[in-house]
Write a protein that binds this ligand. Structure first.
Ligand SMILES: NC(=O)c1ccc[n+]([C@@H]2O[C@H](COP(=O)([O-])OP(=O)(O)OC[C@H]3O[C@@H](n4cnc5c(N)ncnc54)[C@H](OP(=O)(O)O)[C@@H]3O)[C@@H](O)[C@H]2O)c1
Length: 337
């Protein structure tokens, strides 16, 4: 594998810090890792997995000589900086939603559509966390049986709202009088407690009553599966869980199936682990799966009213596979070419 110079933009954030850790842990073949954030963090030192990173303020010239730049500093920063990095010769792997629906930008989960990586023109988009986790589980079903329709309800961790979302849950648990300031959406006027609560809003609503997060699950799924006509409907809910997203997924398949065939397809799928033994109360739970790389599937049941209908319960660490790990895996694939 060739050696490269790497930058992580947003290195002090939930995703950026995880990403730095993964680069170290997976021995990413980097001769240099530049850790970038806003001016307020310049000079700050991060100790991650035995390595020290000194944060630099992100500027266009920060990307000179960089081969791969992981962007995790928010959509507006990506829009302002990505072309600057590309101009200087870097491939940008972008964690934000800035370019995901751009037809010129491939949107990739390596277990789902790795072939799209080579279509990039300098930017590759990393999908939304709930979509990544769902598609790692559904890709083998699409491959073996064909997906007819997807209905999904999510139970999303506070880490999806970044470091501030995680701090808000901790603060509310410690202090019942704490006034929420971040969830459901930091920029909106109303905030609700997440401790001992569920919030049926992730991001802003559109005129039809769906949130942006729900639309991401629809549109990004259609793009990655190359099926713009595929029926997908989503309800996304914030729950008082630290960092794993859980999803109750109902799919209708194009072919008849047995549950053994479904489990075999899952067992052979990369990045997916079957955890399904109801008799012994074995099923995926978010608390158990923090910091795990794989996505877990359980509660695998046929819809008794529809022989091609299937119910699943899927859980994955959303900072890891839902964001940082998926981005690093895209980077690893790039280096194989
Ligand atoms: N959390 C998730 O699970 C997740 C999953 C998928 C995608 N994403 C996306 O990834 C991005 C980061 O999310 P996060 O949860 O890691 O957020 P976060 O914890 O709030 O961290 C934000 C990071 O961006 C940096 N930043 C902010 N403004 C900047 C600027 N003007 N110039 C340079 N750096 C700047 C911050 O640096 P300072 O500390 O210096 O302010 C910090 O390092 C978002 O677009 C988010 O939607 C997040």
């Amino acid at each position: 594998m060739k050696k490269v110079k790497v930058a992580v933009l947003g290195a002090t954030g939930a995703v950026g810090e995880e990403l730095l850790g993964l680069l170290v842990e997976r021995n990413f073949p980097a001769t240099e890792i530049r850790a970038l954030a806003s001016a307020k963090s310049a000079g700050k030192k991060l100790q991650i997995k035995g390595r020290e990173f000194i944060i630099e303020e992100a500027k266009p010239e920060s990307f000179a000589g960089i081969d791969i730049a992981f962007f995790c500093a928010g959509g507006s920063v990506s829009k302002a900086m990505a072309q600057e990095a590309v101009k200087r010769g870097a491939v940008v792997i972008d964690n934000t939603s800035a370019f995901r629906m751009d037809p010129e930008v491939p949107l990739v989960v390596p277990e789902v559509n790795p072939e799209d990586i080579k279509l990039h023109k300098g930017i590759i988009a990393n999908p939304n966390c709930s979509t990544i986790i769902m598609l790692v589980a559904l890709a083998p079903l699409e491959r073996h049986f064909g997906l007819q329709r997807i209905l999904v309800s999510t139970y999303q961790a506070v880490s999806g709202a970044g470091v501030k979302g995680m701090e808000e849950l901790d603060n509310e648990v410690i202090n019942p009088n704490y006034i929420p300031q971040v969830l459901p959406v930091a920029s909106l006027p109303k905030h609700y407690p997440i401790a001992y609560n569920l919030i049926p809003q992730i991001d802003v609503f559109d005129a039809e009553g769906y949130t942006k997060e729900e639309w991401k699950m629809v549109k990004e799924t259609q793009k990655m599966l190359h099926r713009p006509e595929l029926g997908v409907t989503a309800t996304t809910i914030r729950v008082p869980v630290k960092r794993c997203h859980s999803e109750s997924i109902y799919v209708e398949l194009n072919k008849d199936f047995t549950l053994d065939e479904i489990k075999e397809a899952f067992s052979n799928a990369p990045g997916l682990v079957v955890l399904d033994d109801p008799e012994n109360q074995v099923y995926p739970m978010p608390l158990d799966l923090e910091k795990k790389d794989d996505v877990y599937v359980g509660r695998i049941r046929r819809d008794l009213a529809n022989k091609r209908g299937l119910n699943l319960w899927v859980v994955g660490d959303q900072i890891r596979k839902g964001a940082a790990l998926n981005a690093v895996q895209i980077g690893e694939r790039l280096l194989l070419d």
